[in-house]
Design a binder for this molecule. Sequence first.
Ligand code: CTP
Length: 393
Amino acid sequence: MLKGKCILVGITGGIAAYKICELIRMYKKNGADVKVICTPNAMNFVTKLTLQNLSQNEVYVQEFDVKEWKPEHISLADEADIMVIAPATANTISKIAQGIADNLLTSVACAFSKKIIIAPAMNCNMWNNETVQENIKKLQSKGVEILEPESGFLACGYLGKGRLCSLEKIFNETVEALSYSQKLAGKKVVITSGGTIEDIDPVRYISNYSSGKMGFALANVAKEMGAEVVLITTKPFEAPYKIVKVKSALDMQKAVEDEFETSDIVIMAAAVADYRVKNQAEQKMKKVAGVNETLTLELVQNPDILKCLCEKKIHQLVVGFCAESENLLENAKEKIAKKGCDYLIANDISRSDIGFSSDDNEVTILEKSGKIEKLEKASKKVIARKILEYIYE
Ligand code: CTP
């Protein structure tokens, strides 16, 4: 099940550390390459020798134990497909949430760009501590998966929530997260992002507030899920997949249509201008006193790219976005019917904590069939993952 995968196991200083010996065996038995990092406190509960024998690899504790040219916290983070921190103490959880990198484990977590699973274990009062809970929520909003502790008799003598969840649960979640990375393998996903730019003259233009962030998050997550990604964007962005930079709605339409036939999923996250200037001036327009005290621009409608795609789609799944400042659901229902797309992702742009330029979003997914699913507020990355998983399912 785990052949070819490299799992980085992080162990912190809690009594449940001894249980992780068995988890390492489970990973190994299923073919994974396992690397173990312990905090110095974890060494009070398990020995390096035991972990070394079970993982059949060196066990890392101290930073600056450097054997290669590349710093260990960077090479360990680069090599692994997933990081599983279990048991995770309140101290390590809070440090990771705040970006503190004061030992090898927290440094690796800070440099880790792939999936992190955290299985906390601690005294029930520590688990219920407001700051610890805030830090847990912060990590969740960044896409870290928290496997909640169970209730029961705790090693400290208390009865309550704080026991490490079962090893089977940690194992199954690891397998699930690793298989997620292949869910869109073999699929071509085309995503548009940013607001289009409609020139008035060589100096001025009409555009909108779209930052492109939601489209970037979707493209990155689609890539993580194994898809061949094409991002068509009006905003500058660098990523390890094909990026087509466009400006106007007409440019965007051409770029999308060029990719459409061979694509499996098209997501129109861009804010396409509904109108462009009818007669764009070739030279900079001048104001002349007494001649053009007022100026009227004549606008013509741009083609509706999404609607055109829906009219000619064959096997493709077409997903639209819907930005509304009032009556979100009513307008979204009307829009999905009018455009004919398979899914419509509706978001409320009147709220300053989500939507344009924000790093967070809260959306409602509408399906052609009439089904509606609300996704709670989270980072755009988490929302992107949920949207793509929803479509995949
Ligand atoms: N869209 C498009 N071409 C356009 C306008 C919009 O492809 N000319 C797409 C957007 O990328 C988005 C969806 O249509 O996926 C809905 O965009 P939105 O701006 O919410 O709706 P409009 O169709 O522009 O309708 P209105 O402005 O009247 O709300």
